[in-house]
Design a protein around this ligand. Structure first.
Ligand SMILES: Cc1cc2nc3c(=O)[nH]c(=O)nc-3n(C[C@H](O)[C@H](O)[C@H](O)COP(=O)(O)OP(=O)(O)OC[C@H]3O[C@@H](n4cnc5c(N)ncnc54)[C@H](O)[C@@H]3O)c2cc1C
Length: 410
């Protein structure tokens, strides 16, 4: 007797979808067909851009919930324990990838090429019989008695037994970010918590950014809500036309709350304590070699120096100790109010999304529809920089793929 073929559809050929498809194929019987449906003309476009083209695919600390933003930390902790970093690395080893660890626990492919990570995922999927259907945007999903009917935006249809929804979030629309996944999840009865751009720059009020555009400076930066310091970090800050970006700022962006009054405080001379800086400035005050133009030379970036010297009231004919102390104070505590983010184009991930309590922790199976799984960025999880987002995408995909395949065989 001929066996009935059953189909698992993976909606979205990104990091999570590709891992899900390979994992499903690993646990499937011969009578299971796995199809990756991708709305763009090729799979893995975003993956190619990760880690500046090097793909920071994992982090040894990725099982710790403190590296992620979510509204449900308890559920996240539970989910992160279902699959380890080593399991994900083993998955990549199985795909043929050599990798190595760099600073702060970040893991990269040994060849330093995101393109190789994508190629390996694709050839492993192909070898296991996974089908790739590009330019196939899932527009509607109709739950049926024994599965789901998928309709594409071009009017095609596909009946499947299982769906893994791995559509990603809204970040980086040029690389595939869209709201389609949220619409599909909502139409199927899921909730979607408000989404916001994460791992992005922050816009600051002030006319100064036109003159500071292009400056990169090592700074201490802290994020404040009223009198409460939320977080502080040191690292390279980039100044641009809308405000600031760079590693510390991106890490802060998940804490930014549009409803609260929040400020950034910059320490432009993090190597020196305030009294040390003051002492140097007081010596310069008495040294004729240093005038208005050169007063901060060697201490801070030239453009930042020009900006601050212009805005600090100093009688250059004979600067007073008080004026010099105030300048030191300004360089150590430069406060700028935040008034937004530059939006989805520059964001690396999406905060918010489908609440974690709406999927099973061990399988990422929907608690609303049997046979539906939701993985990756579509869920209410946004990791910090350092490989946490790809860990989340890959690990949730691996678990969902395995469960979808195994449940078809029961
Ligand atoms: C520039 C950049 C650099 C990054 N670098 C890193 C890094 O080094 N390390 C790290 O951990 N994270 C990094 N990230 C974040 C990481 O890439 C994402 O968190 C991760 O790709 C999310 O995986 P995903 O599969 O959930 O979504 P995606 O990778 O976004 O994949 C979703 C896919 O679904 C497709 N799709 C959407 N809707 C539909 C539909 N209705 N029908 C069919 N297809 C659909 C999309 O076109 C897309 O291809 C970076 C992000 C960006 C933008």
């Amino acid at each position: 007797m001929q066996k009935t073929i059953q189909t698992i559809a993976v909606v979205g050929g990104g990091a999570s979808g590709l891992a899900a498809a390979i994992s499903a194929a690993q646990y499937s019987g011969e009578d299971t067909r796995i199809v990756v449906l991708e709305r763009l003309d090729r799979v893995g476009k975003k993956l190619l851009a990760t880690g500046n083209g090097r793909c920071n695919l994992e982090n040894i600390a990725a099982e710790k919930p403190s590296y992620y933003f979510t509204q449900n930390t308890k559920a996240l902790s539970n989910m992160l324990q279902q699959i380890s970093v080593q399991d994900v690395l083993q998955f990549f080893k199985g795909c043929g990838l050599l990798y190595r660890q760099e600073e702060e626990g970040r893991i990269y492919p040994s060849c330093n090429q995101a393109a190789v990570v994508l190629d390996l995922l694709r050839i492993n999927a192909q070898a296991k019989g996974v089908e790739e259907w590009c330019n196939w945007e899932v527009d509607k999903i109709h739950p049926q008695k024994k599965g789901f009917l998928l309709l594409s935006s071009e009017g095609e249809s596909l009946f499947v037994q299982k769906i893994i929804l791995a559509c990603g979030g809204m970040a980086a629309p040029k690389l595939g970010g869209s709201q389609k996944g949220y619409e599909l999840a909502k139409a199927l009865g899921h909730t979607v918590l408000p989404v916001y751009p994460c791992l992005t720059g922050l816009c600051c009020k002030g006319e100064q950014f036109a003159t500071l555009k292009g400056v990169r400076a090592e700074c201490g930066v802290s994020l404040w809500q009223g009198k409460k310091q939320i977080v502080s970090l040191e690292g390279e800050v980039q100044f641009n036309e809308y405000g600031v970006s760079g590693y510390p700022i991106m890490q802060f962006s998940g804490h930014w709350n549009p409803k609260a009054k929040m400020e950034l405080c910059f320490d432009l001379v993090p190597q020196l304590q305030q009294h040390q800086l003051e002492s140097i400035l007081h010596q310069r005050r008495k040294n004729k070699m240093f005038g208005q133009e050169s007063f901060l030379l060697g201490l801070v970036h030239k453009k930042l120096a020009t900006y601050h010297l212009r805005h600090q009231k100093i009688n250059w004919a004979s600067p007073t100790p008080q004026e010099v102390s105030e300048l030191a104070q300004r360089l150590k505590y430069w406060v700028l109010p935040i008034n937004g983010t530059p939006g989805w184009d520059t964001a690396q991930v999406t905060g918010g999304g489908v609440p974690l309590q709406e999927v099973q922790p061990h399988s990422f199976g929907s608690v609303i529809h049997k046979g539906l799984y939701i993985t990756g960025e579509l869920l209410d999880v946004a990791g910090q920089c350092g490989g946490f987002n790809l860990h989340w995408a890959f690990s949730s995909g691996i678990l969902a793929g395995r469960d979808a395949a195994q449940s078809l065989q029961k």
